[in-house]
Design a binder for this molecule. Structure first.
Ligand SMILES: [Zn+2]
Length: 313
């Protein structure tokens, strides 16, 4: 071994020994380096978990859609493939915003009729000379024997639950059959609560047992009492009708414009009334008492209301 090689060897050893010495005498530099690598790791983990969460949420949405409409489910899935982190974040923000909006949207649901009719009279509208019965007994099922007031409450609770699940605020005019609430009082209840939508749930009856189908009743254009709510009411009625038409198991008749209903005429908030079907038709009567049929139909009604809510807020 010559002296030159020994010198180079010693120099190398000294150089190597300098590295830990540098960190030993300069602990701040070491800490910073460690901290940086830690931050990078946790940031990465956070990003990954956000992306995973959004993916999961999207999948859930897709599954929900697929129950109802395979076309929409396909659309959501296609979007999934071209996911970019930015779009995920903004979509997430907008869906949270949507929930926030719906929380501010109040629907007053009025289950039609009550156990005991009140055949006393009240004006058909504010300042009207014409008088109308306060609240009638409603119809009843020709096959099931179920009174309309009972079906109306059953349906209202299902509809309310569907809306509440979507973050909509729901209040009922009644939750029992033993009330004494006139149609005017029901409308005033919606006014007092400043409802964004007053929805009345009924079922039809006819002397002809062959007549069937769902109708949406809306304030008439020429009704002097409902000028202020005509347009919004019609919008809500149309959106609900369009959604129910998507349901192939439900016969849908259309919109009926009414100026004779106290429940509309006393209302200062947008109002609509769903006649879910004819209880005088044996098939439809049985259908309306089938929880699957009824829930299906009401999920269409809820979808229409949600569309109206997103338009208005
Ligand atoms: Zn009725």
């Amino acid at each position: 071994m010559n002296a030159r090689a020994v010198k180079i060897g010693i120099a190398l050893i000294i150089l190597l020994a300098m590295i830990p010495l540098y960190y030993f005498f300069n602990p701040a530099a070491a800490k910073e380096k460690a901290a940086n690598s830690k931050n990078e790791k946790s940031e990465l983990a956070a990003k990954e978990s956000t992306a995973q969460k959004s993916q999961d949420e999207k999948k859930e949405t897709a599954n929900e859609y697929s129950k109802k409409d395979p076309e929409e489910a396909a659309a959501v899935n296609n979007g999934d493939e071209s996911l970019k982190e930015e779009s995920v974040t903004s979509e997430k923000a907008s869906s949270e915003e949507k929930k926030e909006i719906q929380r501010d949207f109040l629907v007053v649901i009025d289950p039609g009729h009550q156990r005991h009719a009140n055949l006393g009279k009240e004006p058909v509208g504010p300042g009207a000379v014409e008088m109308k019965m306060k609240v009638t007994g409603g119809t009843s099922g020709v096959a099931t024997g179920k009174p309309e007031y009972q079906l109306a409450l059953e349906a209202s609770v299902i509809l309310g639950d569907l809306l509440a699940k979507q973050g909509v605020k729901v209040i009922y005019t009644r939750t029992t059959h033993d009330v004494n609430l006139s149609n005017k009082e029901r409308a005033e209840f919606a006014n007092q609560h400043k409802a964004d939508l007053f929805i009345r749930i009924h079922a039809d009856g006819s002397t002809d047992k062959n007549v069937s189908g769902l109708s949406v009743l809306t304030p008439a254009h020429n009704d002097p009492y409902t000028k202020a709510i005509y347009e919004d009411s019609l919008k809500a009625s149309e959106l609900i009708l369009a959604e129910t038409k998507k349901n192939t198991s439900v016969k849908v008749n259309g919109i009926s414009y009414r100026s004779d209903l106290s429940g509309f005429n006393w209302s200062q908030v947008p109002s609509t009334l769903i006649e879910m079907g004819f209880m005088s038709n044996p098939v439809e009567d049985r259908n309306l008492s089938d929880p699957t049929y009824l829930t299906n139909l009401l999920s269409n009604v809820a979808d229409g209301i949600l569309q109206y809510a997103s338009l208005k807020k």
